[in-house]
Structure formats: structure tokens, C-alpha cells
Design a protein around this ligand. Sequence first.
Ligand code: 8X3
Length: 247
Amino acid sequence: MTKTAVVTGASSGIGRATARRLASEGFDVVAAARRRERLDELAAEVPGVRPVTLDVTSDASVAELAASLDRCDVLVNNAGGAIGLEPVATGDAADWRRMYETNVIGSLRVTQALLPKLVASGDGVLLMLTSVAGLVSYEGGGGYNAAKHAQTSMTEVLRLELCGQPVRVVEVAPGMVHTEEFSLNRFRGDADRAGKIYQGVPDPLSADDVADAIAWCVTRPAHVNIDRLVIRPRAQAAQHKIHRVTP
Ligand code: 8X3
């Protein structure tokens, strides 16, 4: 019996790398995201990947995803991201709302829709891709810190509430990961500012590094629950302690 893994936000970055990696681990992978053409490209490249158009902010879209699945053994709630790096004093409430809507309510929506299938699988794994931003706060973190803390909290609550059911609840919290879009979205398309985040950092994590950690978490034996895995590059000892090499 082939297990099915659903990955949200699978059109780029960590989601895309995870879809690819879980397919190579033998899962049937449902790669879900808004940008269908990117998913189609991925599915054409990687056997075992099925593209599904998904907007995690839409009840109807999430219900359609759930209805399209015969089974679900693994759910990777990866869709989300950061917008803006303004201080709280001048942060835009619309950005905060959007971050809460995707990172928190989006994860909630998909979790609620797929939980019955995860339970029915007899060995479900629900993995929340949070962030170190959900564990520590930093200047400019504002709405992203708030949303990721909420998502971390939701993950802890869910693990308590599901105790006794055949579903593991796993959190993977990455630090500095260099993906093509995360910082670009945060800086609203300003490539210069986005690039400076990683400037001089010898080796930030890649999306593949995080996908590797996710694959490890979801392929442990059924009785092993990795509660939380924090993963940072060696150059980032803490949120404010980053080794940079000046050219
Ligand atoms: C991304 C990590 O440090 O930019 O989730 O918040 S950080």
C-alpha cells in the first residue's frame, strides 16, 4: 500500500523540495498550491507527484482538496510566509491579517479538513512547518512572530488533544533558509534588501536541507513522535548571532 502525503505551498521553496523528497521516499505526493503551472512543471519532472490547485484561505478550495483524496497519511502544512519587516509601531494591519490568515487559519483549515483521513490511516503524521520566529521574537518580526507563535501554540494544543489517536503531531522550525521567495516576499519584491539577509553568511540552509529533516521526521516508526525539530545553519547560533564573512 502506497502512502499519500499532502504538501501545501508546494509550488516553491521548502514545500517544493519536500514534495520532491517525499516522492523519492516512495510516497504518492499531492503537491498543493495556488500557482498551478509551477505544480504542473513539478509533476512532469517528478514521478509520484499529483498537482492540486489550493488556496488555503478558501474553505471551498480546501474542501475540494479533501474530496480529491482517497487517503492521507502525511500532511505537511507548509503554506505561509512573512510580509514586511516594519516595527510594530508602523506595521500594516492588513499584512498582519494576511500572515495570520495563511500561516495560522490556513493551517487550521487544512488540518480540520484532512484530520479524519489522517486518523483513518491508522498512522497519520501531521507536520507543521513553523519557524524559529515562532519561538523567539525579534525587531521587525511583528506580525510574522505573532503568527508563527500562534501556529506553534496550535501545534502543541493539537498534540495534546490527539493523544491516544493514531496521529503524530510534529513541528519543524527552521532558522535561516535561503529560498528563492521567502525574503523577496517579506521585502515585497525588493531583491536588494532580500539578498542582504544572506550576505556573507557562509552557508544558509537550503530548502533541500529542511526537506531532508521533514522526511526524517515523517519516516520514523509509528510510535516515535518528533515533537519539535529546530534546524539552523551552523553560521546562525541564535536569532541575533549570525556569522558573516566580509569580502
Ligand atoms: C524564517 C526564519 O529568522 O527570518 O521563518 O524568522 S526568520
